[in-house]
Design a protein around this ligand. Structure first.
Ligand code: F7E
Length: 341
């Protein structure tokens, strides 16, 4: 029998980490999953997938290189998926140094460990469409220049270029997946899609009066996270180490996301108000306000538009998205209804 491959997933209890752990376990990997100590209360995703006792859990602070070294000495990793990050763009403006330490320098710590201890280990870095920022091309692909607009995006750029540099300098199998927004019932509640869905369901159940949002005109290329983790794995099985954009090629505004959730839940609604701060979504049956705008949720600098071209991944990895915008909303709302009390 072939030897089981050993993979490390950092940020294993997050949205992508838990889906990837599930995927690799099905492929018969031995999965080591790590998280920072304070992430313990986020293990509900692993529980829901029924895999908590199927993986080996390690606490790991990405701020300390000796902790990463310890893991590399304990296990002989075939593959490392670095999904851990301070991943909320909004918070990165309030904690830029912590964001840079974990989201940027954390990547370099891993690359140094691979270079010095385990140069055969393949490395996947979670790069982000946020790096395109104030976009310099209408549709973004692997060649589009970056123009970051947040400490988060700047940190992700550092990780991205560090990965490329180590690949070229030391001949490592180190790649970055530039993933556009990817959502699921496992999305954290601070991100806009889950916040909207949870808000509407709370309103339905009388637990919340209205939802407050920031810039609802921002447009994103939204895919289904469960499908995106397969692309990560495919990148590490590729013949040669290369970076890929993973996206749907479609873009919708936050406002359109709100409209689709309202439609699916049978709310009859209309938007009133002209200026961006005065817009409100009204429930036409009751005249009650469902969504209002609060300045507090605007970011000091915004990414207004993202739309990714995944044709390189389709051609070379045989990967394509299967879940469209409406289906994604349906999956998220249905599961939220199932698990909300
Ligand atoms: O915001 C706008 C907000 O926080 C989406 C992360 O996974 O994807 C994610 O980053 C848009 C932005 O995600 C609210 O201003 C309006 O334009 O859901 P989000 P994100 O910033 O796009 C990328 C690919 C990553 O790499 C990140 O790690 O929605 N928006 N009103 C709001 N956003 C939030 N969170 N809350 C609001 O009330």
């Amino acid at each position: 029998m072939a030897k089981k491959k050993i993979a490390l997933i950092t940020g294993v209890s997050g949205q992508d980490g838990s889906y990837l752990a599930h995927f690799l376990l099905q492929k018969n990997y031995k999965v080591i999953g790590s998280d920072r100590r304070s992430a313990r209360n986020t293990q509900w995703r692993l529980d829901r997938l029924g895999i908590m006792d199927k993986l080996i859990y390690e606490e790991l602070e990405l701020g300390e290189i000796f902790e990463i070294q310890r893991l590399f000495k304990k296990y002989n990793f075939d593959e490392v998926y670095n999904l851990a990050a301070q991943s909320f763009v909004g918070s990165s403006f309030n904690s830029p140094l912590n964001t840079a330490n974990i989201t940027a320098l954390g990547v370099l710590r891993f690359l140094e460990c691979i270079r010095t201890i385990s140069p055969k280990t393949k490395f996947y870095q979670a790069s982000s469409s946020e790096m395109f920022g104030d976009v310099l091309e209408k549709i973004q692909n692997e060649k589009t220049p970056f123009n970051p607009q947040s400490p988060y995006a700047i940190s992700k750029m550092f990780g991205h270029f560090a990965t490329t540099n180590y690949r070229l300098s030391y001949n490592l199998f180190a790649v970055s997946g530039i993933l556009f927004n990817h959502e699921s019932p496992f999305r954290g509640e601070e991100f806009v899609t889950r916040k909207i869905i949870k808000g509407f369901i709370n309103i339905l159940k009388g637990k919340q009066k209205f939802i407050e949002l920031g810039n609802i005109e921002a447009k994103r290329d939204w895919g289904y996270a469960k499908e995106y983790v397969e692309a990560m794995w495919k990148m590490l099985q590729n013949k040669s180490p290369k970076d890929y954009v993973i996206s749907t090629g479609k873009t919708y505004s936050v406002k359109e996301f709100v409209n689709e959730v309202a439609r699916y839940l049978n709310f009859k609604t209309k938007w009133i108000g002209k200026s961006s701060l005065n817009k409100k979504l009204i429930h036409t049956d009751t005249n009650k306000v469902l969504v209002k705008i609060n300045k507090k949720f605007f970011r000091p600098a915004e990414v207004n538009f993202l739309k990714g071209d995944f044709s390189k991944a389709r051609k070379e990895l045989n990967w394509k998205p299967k879940t469209d915008f409406k289906k994604l909303v349906k999956i998220m709302v249905d599961e939220e209804l199932k698990y909300s009390n």
